[in-house]
Design a protein around this ligand. Structure first.
Ligand SMILES: Nc1ncnc2c1ncn2[C@@H]1O[C@H](COP(=O)(O)OP(=O)(O)O)[C@@H](O)[C@H]1O
Ligand SMILES: [Mg+2]
Length: 311
């Protein structure tokens, strides 16, 4: 009997989002934001939080520093029902990571101080715990610097125990798209990139070729297309699902991670691809309707009303 529907090993930190800054930031000036939000960040943790909010049993392995940001981030996961018994508090002076996001009209700056994000190592992982699940998800591959070299071994072991595997690489801060990724892709069952990431990973400049190349390596490729929704490709089978039409978009922070959570929540229940995509888009839309990646999911009354009205 598995303890979890999904286990995740990855980064756990907060996002500090400053809204309403000028498009250009001149040096040496006092620049005023109109609003701020300190909220749960990090792709791995947002996926875990939102999967649990959608009713999945989730186990999360990570490490944080012995500072209040680590406590707040861990509490957010616990409050959503995520099992945090394998979140380690590291001693010493390593700080919990932090991401500062500066959204503008059409783009955003994302500034990350990695701290404990780079400190997660194989010795922090309990294989029995991670394997007690139907599915394992890995996010932000390029930020998992302490784990990267061991990911193929980790995934091989989890697959041998019968788990299915999904991965969302997110961006590569070095923009090299290497770091052993080619050894990892053949071990992944579901790859969840956005459009840019799909082209970067496959080293081509159009989406169609990117999808063709990726589906040669990964059985199921799901590409997130922002306000265009998402497309899922499994061999010759292809499904597109439109995004929801929203009156107001607050910010796209965590939309891709929320999509992952929606998609996977249906996948682990054995739903068909169309249903997985629909839930992914619904969860992505819910995320962009409120600040950050988890605020709309934390508010259960709001979340349930949104699903009733939009589903
Ligand atoms: N403006 C929007 N309106 C409705 N849904 C959206 C919007 N932007 C994003 N989404 C939803 O969130 C998902 C992920 O967004 P996207 O920006 O493609 O991913 P990422 O955050 O990884 O770059 C989309 O596939 C879609 O379902
Ligand atoms: Mg993403």
């Amino acid at each position: 009997m598995n303890s979890f529907d999904v286990t995740i090993a990855g980064e756990l930190n907060l996002d500090l989002i400053l809204y309403g800054l000028p498009e250009v930031l001149p040096p040496e000036r006092e620049l005023l934001a109109s609003k701020m939000m300190l909220t749960l960040g990090s792709s791995s943790a947002i996926v875990a939080h939102n999967l649990a909010s959608l009713g999945c049993k989730v186990g999360f392995s990570s490490c944080v520093g012995s500072d209040s940001f680590g406590v707040i981030a861990t509490d957010r996961l616990r409050e959503a029902g995520v099992d945090v018994s394998t979140v380690h508090c590291l001693g010493g002076d390593v700080k919990t990571g932090l991401t500062v996001i500066l959204p503008r009209e059409k783009w955003r700056n994302i500034l990350t101080c990695p701290g404990t994000i780079f400190a997660l190592k194989p010795e922090h992982l309990d294989m029995e715990y991670l394997a007690s699940s139907r599915h394992f998800h890995l996010s932000s591959y390029f930020l998992q610097r302490g784990l990267q070299a061991h990911v193929p071994e980790l995934l091989r072991e989890l697959k041998s125990k019968g788990l299915t595997i999904s991965m969302d690489t997110n961006d590569d801060p070095d923009d090299l798209w290497e770091s052993g990724l080619q050894k990892v892709l053949p071990l992944v069952d579901i790859l969840l990139p956005n459009e840019r990431e799909a082209m970067k990973i496959s080293r081509c400049d159009n989406l169609e070729t990117a999808i063709a190349r990726l589906t040669e390596m990964v059985p199921l490729v799901v590409v997130k297309l922002g306000a265009q929704g998402a497309v899922a490709c499994r061999g010759a089978e292809r499904h597109h699902s439109a995004a929801l039409n929203l009156d107001a978009v607050v910010d796209p922070v965590g939309a891709g991670d929320s999509f992952d959570a929606g998609f996977l929540s249906e996948y682990v229940r054995g739903a068909d691809l169309a249903a997985c995509l629909r839930k992914g888009n619904l969860a992505g839309a819910l995320s962009v309707s409120r600040p950050g990646g988890t605020e709309a999911f934390r508010d259960s009354a709001y979340r349930e009303r949104f699903f009733r009205e939009k589903a």
